[in-house]
Design a protein around this ligand. Sequence first.
Ligand code: NI
Length: 263
Amino acid sequence: MNKAKKYPYMVDSHAHLDFSNFDRDREEVLQRAEDQGLKLIVNVGFDLLSSKESVMLAGQHPFVYAAVGIHPHDAAKAPSNYLRELEEIAHYPKVVALGEMGLDFYRDRSPRPVQRDVFRRQLRLAKKVNLPVIIHDRDAHEEVLKILEEEGLPAPGGVMHCFSGELELARKFLKLGLYISIAGPVTYSRNNKLSEVAAAVPLERLLIETDAPFLTPGPLRGKRNEPAYVVFVAEKVAALRGISVESLGRNCLENARRLFSIE
Ligand code: NI
């Protein structure tokens, strides 16, 4: 794989390997991730079917774990019994979080009142099943913050996935106890806001991710993203913080294991 180095400890806290564009070479993609030093991938569901597929994938690969949830894009399509179904899936082996869930006012693929409702109900379910949450927030910063403040977080906490706001906003989410996860956009030139956040988040609250197949890091932009490419995110974030990639990778892996209660 291009010029990426292999590291002893690496993690992808958010990927979607159940997507059909991995159907041809999913095993090779996972092998490349392992070769690159990844010790943990959290595969994140976006609807009931993909949540079940995430659980199956986790069952087949020791270093893959699953999150189950309804993405705001898919909120309007969720069947009426989705909460009961989610609760059942949440108890399957290797399910470590509820998500992704949240608000997306950029694409608005589901009506906003439905997005809000499905988000709130999943937060309540997370408290009931005592799992951390994986939050999607696109162009909905203030409302996501408000809903999280009103509903409260489950005891195990959660993560703002693919964080895209400013440092001031990151501080508010940190104050709630959330982790901040940095994805490929930090490698795009001129992303100064995100660089500032990636440099300032306390090391013990920082995560890295690919959001594969989306958001391919700079060097490979235009290609399909995959977990092995998380090293490009790690290299950029480590450089911004003036620490070694090895220690950044190890810290983010430890953080992910702590947040998701993985031994
Ligand atoms: Ni995602």
